[in-house]
Design a protein around this ligand. Structure first.
Ligand SMILES: *[C@@H]1O[C@H](CO)[C@@H](O)[C@H](O)[C@H]1NC(C)=O
Ligand SMILES: *[C@@H]1O[C@H](CO)[C@@H](O)[C@H](O)[C@H]1NC(C)=O
Ligand SMILES: *[C@@H]1O[C@H](CO)[C@@H](O)[C@H](O)[C@H]1NC(C)=O
Length: 318
């Protein structure tokens, strides 16, 4: 499984519910790879949390973020809170299937987390791990794989195992776990046409959607937000090259190819416009919207399963 996502990660919960019901994914046994928000969306497939608890924690999280400038500038500390709620004490053992190597060291597990390291030129290089020494090491891997410069916290990167690292969406390092016989891929984004996206920026409708996102982020007191969050975050310490190369890398790396098995709009119409949808990668949806997004994932996974013959075609009786 490959998953990129931001806060649209709730789509994967719908996909996961259907694939688990069909036995395509056996939580904690099937090898699963995730990147960006998709890592958190993989938690039920890593076998560390059930869907219902995940959604309860997720809805509390979006409600908190919506009340805090969409968590702009502080997302990492809120993610840390969520990870603490989601990971059981033996989380590292679960993803290692209880196996221990020499001297109790963790061995290769089923949970593949993708992240990226900027090289000396600031170009993101893909990296991944499926080996976790402890619950805290796993928590750090998750927080690293979803770390967005500036949005998650003041720093451009966060240290992971002593190396500057950030969101795996900057580089797809591992499209699928190595040596799997069949890899089902899912993405929250449809294949993007950048030309059309740019053209639609001039439309009044898109403009309204973007303005709403901006005002909900900056809040009622934009200057206070800029002073308290943006300036405190020492915007000047960013290397421009890293920001530009990172943004370009991110957009091209998370853009799925047409060969991805499950994505919104492939089988069923996406009720959201493309800009509304893209913005929900960083602007938290409401709890009601989460229910809609989960259902979209479930409907799309069901359609895929029908196409594969894993479910009877529509209209037929069991
Ligand atoms: C097991 O882990 C090692 C070290 O991280 C890695 O090089 C290797 O590719 C992994 N094997 C599998 C099957 O994931
Ligand atoms: C990949 O991550 C590991 C930590 O898991 C780190 O030791 C290694 O240096 C990283 N590779 C690169 C190219 O940065
Ligand atoms: C994948 O399988 C090949 C052939 O069986 C083996 O040589 C290679 O080490 C395996 N790779 C991993 C990462 O396990």
């Amino acid at each position: 499984m490959l998953k990129a996502a931001g806060l649209l990660l709730f789509y994967f919960i719908g996909v996961s519910k259907v694939l688990q019901q069909l036995g395509v994914i056996k939580p904690g046994e099937t090898r699963v790879a995730g990147t960006s928000g998709g890592i958190i969306g993989c938690a039920p497939d890593f076998g560390i949390v059930g869907h219902d608890k995940f959604l309860a924690v997720g809805k509390e999280f979006v409600t908190r973020c919506r009340a805090k400038n969409n968590c702009a500038g502080i997302l990492d500390s809120e993610v840390s809170r969520v990870v603490e709620q989601l990971l059981p004490p033996d989380a590292a053992n679960i993803v290692s299937r209880g196996a221990r190597g020499a001297r109790g060291a963790a061995v290769n597990g089923t949970a593949y987390i993708l992240f990226a390291n900027p090289n000396e030129k600031g170009v993101p290089v893909g990296n991944w791990t499926n080996t976790y020494d402890s619950r805290d090491d796993l928590a750090q891997a998750i927080r690293t794989g979803v770390y967005l410069p500036m949005w998650s916290g003041p720093a451009m990167t966060r240290p992971f195992r002593g190396v500057r690292s950030y969101d795996g969406g900057f580089r797809r390092a591992l499209p699928c776990p190595p040596n799997v016989t069949f890899c089902v891929t899912a993405s929250v984004l449809p294949p993007l046409n950048f030309r059309e996206l740019l053209d639609s920026l001039n439309e009044p409708y898109t403009n309204r959607v973007l303005r709403r996102a901006l005002s909900s982020t900056l809040g009622a007191h934009p200057m206070a937000f800029i002073q308290n969050v943006m300036l405190k975050n020492k915007v000047t310490s960013y290397k421009v090259d890293e920001v530009v190369l990172g943004t370009v890398a991110y957009l091209s790396a998370v853009n799925p190819g047409p060969d991805v098995h499950i994505y919104p709009g492939k089988y069923n119409k996406n009720p959201y416009s493309i800009w509304e949808w893209l913005l929900m990668m960083i602007i938290p949806p409401t709890p009601d919207e989460i229910d809609i997004i989960v259902k979209m994932g479930a409907d799309d996974a069901t359609s895929w399963a029908r196409e594969q013959g894993l479910l009877p075609p529509t209209g037929s009786r069991r």
